[in-house]
Design a protein around this ligand. Structure first.
Ligand code: SF4
Length: 235
């Protein structure tokens, strides 16, 4: 069976959140976690993973699923080259740090691993020193201490409702034949609902209303179909 190679795999591990930021591109939080079956169905079809990013909602609210992903990726022999997580720092930070530290030595490219803390005028000010800041792979790229220029905010979800940020175009799947009957995909986003998308920056509403519903179980068939269609158009 053809396998998927993902340069960037993003798992929306939960749609829950413990903050309610005005600029949130997702929209209102939902009481929904990714299920283990989604991870299994995905990994059965995957041959390689470059970066794994845990997204949400707030990813630290579903650390059991993050742990489960690494356990199963190890069993399937498809551990990612590196990981990346952005957290709001409000809860479960010791658990998050421990989970990432445990798998860090197994990463092929540890120098590209990262965990970042959202610090800006929109996120709740926690007035504390979060544990993740002490990690060797902590990255300050999401810290905008004084002011985050609104031009970088995507006008989606709650940002759209609040008239914040700028509009941006959405992406299509960027795929190519891997030369061995498999498919390389640039970015593969898997929602907590268990569907695949080509763009990690969609609101929940856009995922529901603007995209074909493709369950992760059908990811290979769907992407192969897109590849065949592209080849037919070129011929
Ligand atoms: S921006 Fe992040 S922390 Fe803020 S509401 Fe959205 S998911 Fe939650």
């Amino acid at each position: 069976m053809a396998k998927i190679g993902a340069h960037s795999l993003i798992l929306e591990v939960t749609r829950r959140c413990n903050m309610c930021c005005d600029h949130c591109l997702r929209g209102d939080a939902q009481n929904l976690d990714m299920e283990k079956q989604t991870v299994d169905a995905l990994l059965e079809q995957v041959g390689s993973i470059g970066t794994i990013t845990f997204s949400g909602g707030e990813p630290s609210l579903n650390i059991p699923l993050i742990r489960y992903f690494f356990e199963r990726a190890r069993e399937f022999g498809v551990m990612p080259y590196e990981f990346y997580v952005v957290t709001n720092g409000k809860e479960n930070q010791m658990d998050l740090a421990t989970t990432l530290l445990e798998v860090y030595p197994e990463m092929e490219e540890p120098e590209w691993c990262g965990v970042s803390l959202s610090v800006d005028q929109f996120h709740e000010d926690l007035n504390q020193f979060p544990i993740v800041k002490g990690l060797a792979f902590y990255s300050a790229q999401k810290e905008h201490k004084d002011f985050w220029d609104e031009k970088w905010i995507l006008r989606r979800g709650r940002a759209y409702e609040n008239g914040l940020g700028s509009a941006d175009s959405t992406k299509e799947f960027c795929i190519e034949d891997d030369g061995q009957d498999g498919i390389m995909v640039e970015e593969l986003y898997v929602s907590a609902e268990g569907c695949i998308y080509p763009d990690c920056n969609l609101s929940y509403e856009e995922m529901r209303d603007c995209y074909e519903e493709v369950p992760v179980e059908n990811a290979t068939i769907y992407l192969k179909g897109l590849l065949d269609k592209e080849a037919a158009e070129v011929a």
